[in-house]
Design a protein around this ligand. Structure first.
Ligand SMILES: [Zn+2]
Length: 459
């Protein structure tokens, strides 16, 4: 499995630091490099003896993620963890394993740009019971199950947008080194938000204090310092609360919570370090302010107005609507969510679908997201039907969860398309999602990095 954080870059950092602990880290890294070097030159070792394994996949149909007309029938040749050729009827190389998926439709591994793999609402009882009796350690113990459920549902990549205690960093790294099964992850670590805002624990006793849940910072300097700390601890992107939210305790669902100057500072700092910014925003004012500040994506975008649509179009900002989460809260959350929060969910649900319809008609960039973690992990694909009900064609909905999502992540060269050079992340369903988008809720076969993790050919 290819790690995105290469060992080679680390000794340079370590060598500049006089601390003993860093020198030890440097020694450990050098030793690891020597071991792998030795393995490469010892005759008969795994690296030398076996050529990269090739697999030829056959399927009735391929939707490659780009929006191109499906290929029927389809063959995809894989070597190691990468796709090396795509065609209608490729000749299998002599030693290749053939995997025949018969009548299935093959697609790129799906991408969810808005998950919380370390959380699952209601898992530890109601909100206050959970706050009083559980900690981030409880979440850390079970997070790998959420990752596996997500992968089994066909989501081979996620952008995880907010987690307490840096559990997301540990989960991402455990998946990358093969210790647990799960999707490729980009992680945001602590959500960056204002005192009393969406990420703060508000309306509790002033004598209660919760540490490590979220990143609360006010003012440009404090925000910059928090962002630097998160990047130091492993953040791949920065999540910012531009407005109030549904599940937090504020009365408003969409009032702005950061000034334009604060958000500009956040974007400037994150971009300086090569990190994108995802802004949680429901209300129209906060959405416009966040776009103006230069954020890369607006999450939820529920109460988006026409001015916001025009601004998003002008600035090339991507919207990540999350429609299913609202429907789930209203239908299934029961007592896990207090009445005040359910009322806020109701307020945004209908308007959010209309916002998607208008944004799509105006040609604003959209990418697929769900807020999984508020609802049970593995149900992510239920978002597709709501997108189609809101005016997207099935092909556009698929592009949102493949190539367009990869573009937002900055990973177009790795995932989101079935094309040579990309990771062999593929999924299959027995239905035709272009005729019935809910076929994506029934993914029966999943390959990640050339390894079948679910269905025929699973090792
Ligand atoms: Zn979220």
């Amino acid at each position: 499995m290819t790690s995105l954080r290469t060992i080679a870059s680390q000794p340079i950092v370590a060598a500049e630091c006089p601390l003993v602990s860093h020198r030890l880290a440097l020694l450990a890294i050098v030793s690891a490099s020597l071991i792998s070097l030795a393995a490469a030159i010892v005759p008969g070792s795994a690296q030398v003896a076996s050529p990269p394994h090739q697999v030829l996949i056959r399927a009735a149909r391929l939707i490659d993620g780009t929006g191109a007309t499906p290929l029927e029938p389809a063959t995809v040749l894989i070597e190691g963890d990468r796709i090396i050729a795509v065609g209608s009827d490729l000749t299998p190389p002599p030693a290749a394993t053939i995997l025949d998926l018969e009548g299935a439709t093959l697609l790129p591994g799906l991408i969810d740009c808005h998950t919380h793999l370390t959380m699952e609402l209601g898992q530890f009882g109601g909100e206050y019971e959970s706050l009083a009796t559980r900690s981030i350690i409880d979440s850390a113990i079970v997070a790998h199950r959420h990752a596996k459920a997500t992968l089994d549902a066909g989501f081979t990549t996620v952008r995880d947008v907010g987690a307490g205690g840096y559990v997301d960093v540990a989960l991402r790294d455990a998946i990358d080194r093969g210790a647990v099964a799960g999707p490729r992850m980009l992680v945001a670590t602590l959500g960056v938000g204002a005192t009393g805002g969406h990420f703060d624990e508000s309306h509790l006793s002033p004598f209660l204090e919760f540490r490590g849940f979220s990143g609360i910072a006010d003012g440009e300097d404090a925000i910059r310092k928090l962002i630097r700390t998160e990047i130091k601890q492993g953040a791949d992107l920065i999540k910012l609360a531009a407005t109030a939210g549904v599940l937090s305790n504020e009365d408003s669902v969409g009032a702005p919570q950061y000034t334009l100057a604060e958000m500009k500072a956040a974007v400037d700092e994150a971009h300086m370090w090569g990190r994108k910014v995802a802004a949680h925003a429901h209300g129209a004012d906060g959405i416009r302010r966040a776009i103006e500040a230069g954020v890369d994506s607006i999450e939820h975008a529920s109460l988006l107005d026409d001015e916001g649509i025009a601004l998003a179009k002008l600035r090339g900002t991507t919207l990540v609507p999350t429609l299913y989460v609202g429907a789930w809260i209203l239908a299934s959350a029961g007592n896990a969510i207090p009445a005040k929060q359910r009322a806020k969910a109701n307020e945004v649900a209908t308007q959010a679908r209309d916002a998607v319809r208008r944004a799509r008609a105006a040609g604003v960039k959209l990418a697929f997201g769900t807020d999984a973690g508020v609802f049970p992990h593995g149900l992510n694909a239920r978002e597709f039907k709501l997108l189609v009900d809101s005016g997207l064609t099935p092909m556009e909905a698929i592009q949102n969860a493949t190539s367009r999502a990869a573009d937002l992540l900055g990973w177009s060269d790795r995932v989101g398309r079935v094309a040579p050079g990309r990771f062999a992340d593929l999924v299959a369903t027995s239905g035709d999602p272009l005729a019935d988008i809910t076929a994506l809720e029934r993914i029966a076969w999943v390959m990640k990095g050339g390894e079948v993790v679910r269905g025929a050919g699973e090792r």
